[in-house]
Design a protein around this ligand. Structure first.
Ligand SMILES: Cc1cc2nc3c(=O)[nH]c(=O)nc-3n(C[C@H](O)[C@H](O)[C@H](O)COP(=O)(O)OP(=O)(O)OC[C@H]3O[C@@H](n4cnc5c(N)ncnc54)[C@H](O)[C@@H]3O)c2cc1C
Length: 287
C-alpha cells in the first residue's frame, strides 16, 4: 500500500521544526530515519497531513563527550553509528554491543536512537539499558528545554512523557566510575527482542546493582528486589555465589512482571527468560 499524500517539510533548524509542529498540531509528525513511521504510514495505521523531516537540523547527530565526562548522544544518531562510535566502544562496550544487534543492517543504518525512544514500541533494546544506566533525555519545545529521566520517559505502549510539540534532541549518560560495568542480554524469535535485561554493577562503596527488564511489559521495569538484595551482599564474592544469592529475588521480580502471551512467547516463558538473561547480563558485569 502507498501512504496517503502529505506535505513534506524540511526545516533547517530546530526552532522552525518546533514551530511547524506547534502550528499543525495533531495533523503533523516528526520524521527521523522513517523505519517505523513510513511502515505505519504505508499500512494506513497512522495518517498525517504534514510530515516534518528533522534530518537536516544541525547538531542532532553523533556522540559527544562533554567536559564533565557525560556522554551526549544526538537524537538522530543511528544504531549503527552508536555501535561503531569510539567513545561508546571505550566507555560503554555493552551498549555498543547492544546496538550492533538491533534488528537488521537496514534498520541499524537508518533507525535513530531518538526514533526508538519516541515511538515507544515495547519490543526494543536501548530503552532497557538506558534505564539501567540512569540516562536522561533532553526535550526541546516552544517553551525551551527540559530533561526527563529515561526511567520516567516511557508511560506505556506507544506512550511517552514527550509533549506533542516537543522534539527529543539528545540522550545523556552520566560518567561511569572505574568500578562500574554494564551489560545487556536479549533473546527473541523475531527481529525484535521478546525479553531484554540490562544490568549495571558498581563495586564502589556502597556496592550497587541496577537491573531492568524490557520488552516483556509495556515499559522497561526495574527488578527492585534483586537490586535491594545486591546492596547487602559482601563485596568480592565470586560470580557464581553472587548469582546464587540473587536468584530468588530475580525470580520473584520476574513473577511480578506484567507479562502477556503474544507472538513473542507465553507470559511464563518470558518470565523464565528474565531470570536466564539476568544471570547472563549480571555475570558479564562481574570481574
Ligand atoms: C523490522 C524492524 C525490526 C526492529 N528490531 C528492533 C530490535 O531488534 N531492537 C530495537 O531496539 N529496535 C528494533 N526496531 C526499532 C528500531 O530501533 C526503530 O525502528 C528505529 O530506531 C526508529 O528510528 P527512526 O529514526 O527510523 O524513527 P522514525 O520512524 O522516523 O520515527 C518513529 C517515531 O518517533 C518520532 N520521532 C522520531 N525522532 C524523534 C525526535 N527526535 N523527537 C520527537 N519525535 C521523534 C516520529 O514522529 C515517529 O512517531 C525494529 C524496527 C523494525 C522496522
Amino acid at each position: 500500500m502507498r501512504a496517503q499524500p502529505f506535505f513534506l517539510h524540511r526545516p533547517a533548524d530546530l526552532a522552525t521544526a518546533i514551530a511547524l509542529k506547534a502550528e499543525h498540531g495533531d495533523a503533523a509528525t516528526f520524521h527521523a530515519g522513517g523505519t517505523e513511521l513510513l511502515v505505519a504510514l504505508k499500512a494506513h495505521v497512522l495518517r498525517y497531513e504534514h510530515v516534518i523531516d528533522i534530518k537536516r537540523i544541525p547538531g542532532l547527530k553523533g556522540v559527544r563527550l562533554r567536559d564533565d565526562g557525560t556522554i551526549s548522544i544526538g537524537s538522530l544518531t543511528t544504531h549503527d553509528s552508536i555501535a561503531n562510535d569510539p567513545v561508546i566502544r571505550a566507555s560503554l562496550p555493552g551498549y555498543a554491543e547492544l546496538s550492533e544487534h538491533v534488528a537488521n543492517i537496514r534498520v541499524r543504518m537508518a533507525g535513530t536512537l531518538g526514533g526508538v525512544l519516541c515511538f515507544a514500541e515495547p519490543h526494543a533494546d536501548a530503552p532497557t539499558l538506558l534505564c539501567a544506566l540512569d540516562a536522561w533525555v533532553v526535550l526541546a519545545g516552544p517553551n525551551g528545554e527540559r530533561e526527563v529521566p529515561c526511567r520516567d520517559f516511557h508511560l506505556g505502549e506507544f506512550a511517552t512523557a514527550r509533549a506533542d510539540d516537543e522534539l527529543l534532541t539528545s540522550i545523556e549518560i552520566a560518567p561511569q566510575s572505574a568500578g562500574t560495568r554494564s551489560a545487556y542480554r536479549a533473546f527473541g524469535h523475531t527481529e525484535r527482542p521478546a525479553v531484554g535485561v540490562g544490568a549495571v554493577w558498581s563495586t564502589d562503596n556502597p556496592q550497587r546493582l541496577s537491573l531492568w527488564a524490557g520488552a516483556i511489559a509495556a515499559c522497561p521495569t526495574r527488578l527492585a528486589r534483586a537490586e535491594e538484595a545486591a546492596a547487602s551482599l559482601d563485596a568480592g564474592l565470586p560470580a557464581e555465589e553472587i548469582w546464587r544469592r540473587l536468584r530468588p529475588a530475580v525470580d520473584a521480580d520476574a513473577r511480578a512482571l506484567d507479562a502477556h502471551d503474544d507472538l513473542h512467547g507465553g507470559a511464563d516463558y518470558k518470565r523464565h527468560l528474565v531470570s536466564v538473561l539476568a544471570e547472563r547480563a549480571l555475570k558479564a558485569c562481574l570481574p
